[in-house]
Design a protein around this ligand. Structure first.
Ligand SMILES: [Zn+2]
Ligand SMILES: [Zn+2]
Length: 363
């Protein structure tokens, strides 16, 4: 039994507390990982501020890289069949689909599993932490985890820790981006930047990013954006004109919403080209309504595609994309802020202010 330090959200609005609690050993198909790097996600800020309310107390953190500290006696491989041993570096997200329901089995979309146990549940601080703001994390049975190859730098991978799997899942639901399409990305946080890179890699003829501040837009350019537009220095009308000009007057064939604000949807819809698609990823924690004339969708053959969460497949693909491109694109430069576990509150505050491209906690 080891004692594990973890950052605990006791109730929304209250500062995170550092608790130390004993943690049992791994049994059966469980794994215990020594956390090397936990990404700080905008969702953590929403949970801490109370924008999203879930049962407390909980240990935050749902994207991490760490070394296997203990393998349950029944675990010999990672989730892709790769043999694993104590000391191996692995990448995982705390989510356990049931694999015994209509969505897991028939639809084959584990992201909609009604029995999904994710980071927001299951994290009571008197149990082993599933959340990754902790020295050690517990991977219960059915947690997808993947061995990180030696040639993949940890910071390049955590840069898009939960963002790239989220975007890959959404692009899968879209049916992919085709060569020569015009893509518009709304938002330049990690999700928007992951979308920018993936649209560029997919062969889009233009990738326009609407966002702010300038350092994020500079990163967007490094990741393949062909045009960036600062939303704080332009109005909706001038942005619409710019998009029409870039897209030969048609509008964007694919718009990826990663802005996290309802007005972005209102602004984006008229910018979708006829026969185009609007992929909504960022509004998960943004309540509100937007007026839509359904006839507009009807008469322009427009598809609106919602996409929530991710799946183990898209985590695996994130690992492969990172491995393939990290030498050509400065993925690791995304990690601009590093915090100790004791500074977890400061990390969340910095993310709330939008300062880091990506912040990580090094427990
Ligand atoms: Zn996240
Ligand atoms: Zn299920």
């Amino acid at each position: 039994m080891r004692t594990v330090k973890r950052a605990v959200l006791v109730k929304p609005g209250a500062p995170l507390e550092i608790w130390e609690r004993p943690t049992p050993s791994a049994s059966g198909r469980e794994v215990i990982v020594s956390v090397e790097m936990s990404g700080v996600c905008g969702t953590d800020h929403h949970l801490q501020s109370g924008d999203i309310t879930l049962p407390n107390p909980m240990v935050l953190g749902h994207e991490a890289i760490g070394r296997i500290a203990e393998l349950g006696p029944e675990v010999t491989t990672d989730s892709a069949g790769e043999p694993v041993a104590v000391g191996d570096l692995v990448y995982w997200q705390p989510a356990q689909p049931c694999y015994r329901c209509y969505y897991c089995t028939v639809v084959e979309d584990v992201s909609m599993c009604p029995n999904l146990v994710t980071f927001q549940l299951h994290q009571h601080a008197d149990k082993p932490p599933v959340g990754t703001y902790a020295q050690y994390a517990w991977l219960p049975d059915r947690t997808a985890f993947f061995k990180v190859p030696a040639d993949v730098p940890a910071e390049a991978l955590i840069a898009f820790g939960c963002a790239m799997p989220t975007v890959l899942h959404a692009l899968n639901r879209l049916g992919g981006i085709r060569y020569g399409q015009h893509v518009l990305v709304q938002g330049s946080g990690p999700v928007g930047l992951a979308a920018t890179l993936l649209a560029h890699l997919a062969g889009a003829s233009s990738v326009t990013v609407l966002g702010a501040p300038p350092n994020r837009l500079e990163m967007a350019t490094k990741l393949g954006a062909t045009t960036t537009i600062d939303v704080t220095r332009t109005d909706e009308r001038s942005r619409a004109e710019a998009v029409k000009e870039i897209t030969d007057g048609r509008g964007a064939d694919v718009i990826i919403e990663a802005a996290g604000r309802v007005p972005a949807f209102t602004e984006g819809l008229p910018l979708v080209a006829p026969d185009g698609s609007y992929v909504i990823i960022g509004l998960w924690s943004a309540p509100g309504t937007s007026p839509v004339e359904p006839r507009y969708l009807n008469n322009h053959n427009i598809r609106v595609i919602g996409s929530a969460y991710t799946t183990p497949r898209h985590m695996y693909e994130t690992l492969q994309v990172t491995r393939a491109v990290h030498r050509r694109y400065p993925l690791a430069e995304m990690v601009t802020h590093r915090f100790a576990l004791d500074e977890a509150q400061a990390a969340i505050d910095a993310v709330g202010r939008g300062e880091p491209l990506k912040a990580v906690i090094l427990p």
